[in-house]
Design a protein around this ligand. Sequence first.
Ligand code: ADP
Ligand code: UDP
Length: 238
Amino acid sequence: MEKRKELYQGKAKSVFTTDDPETLILFYRNDTSAFDGKKIEQLDRKGMVNNKFNAFIMEKLEAAGIATHFKSLLSDQESLVARLDMIPVECVVRNISAGSICRRLGVEEGLELNPPTFEFFLKNDDLGDPMINDYHISSFGWAEPEHVEKMKALTFAVNDVLKALFLDSNILLVDYKLEFGVATGGEVVLGDEFTPDGCRLWDVDTREKLDKDRFRQGLGDVVESYELVGRRLGLSFD
Ligand code: ADP
Ligand code: UDP
């Protein structure tokens, strides 16, 4: 399967058509961005590490019965995925307080959230990805009401699978962002990626940050930390 036309270039990945209209290639670049694209750097090996990390996680989710767009790894930095009609909404589940919820609600970082909390954000960098609710999504027609419920249910289902998976490697899944799309048959399917670029992961014992906060906060060893998480999960990046 080869790349044909570039459909879209996001902040970290490029999307290409293939000879099959139902199949796309996601190319994981080394670009790393934060603060809605205001901080951008190239990090060696990041594209490869995230591509392989995502493949591993998507396969775990599929095995647990969660439908994803992932088909196969194509090369170090490319994966084949099913083409989706993407819903322009980010679904966030939080198990522990960190990041924007601390700023918005004035709560300290590191509080265990029981039950885990859920937030929707509109995917719009120009507006700084504002927080929205179910009603906004339906009223503005960003997704069908039944698709909204499905996204919520799937995002929590992912939490059950991945919280346990990371904990087995002594890592806390603090929070994460998912994106969904509608497949040709009308089913809501997990799209985009699950990598340390879009979640927070802390070592259980030291609470050391092993995710994109290392980049946001200038802590260094960004890709090294992603690789460390991957290796603890049993992945090899050679
Ligand atoms: P961003 O758009 O946030 O800068 P990326 O650099 O990760 O993010 O770009 C990837 C783009 O590809 C995103 O816009 C995402 O919604 C889109 N995308 C992900 N999976 C699919 C898919 N299966 N079908 C169509 N588009 C997809
Ligand atoms: N996230 C993301 N893309 C975004 C916004 C957030 O992947 O555009 C992820 C982020 O990495 C974290 C979770 O979603 O794991 C919650 O992010 P938060 O709202 O705390 O925003 P942040 O402070 O990280 O910008």
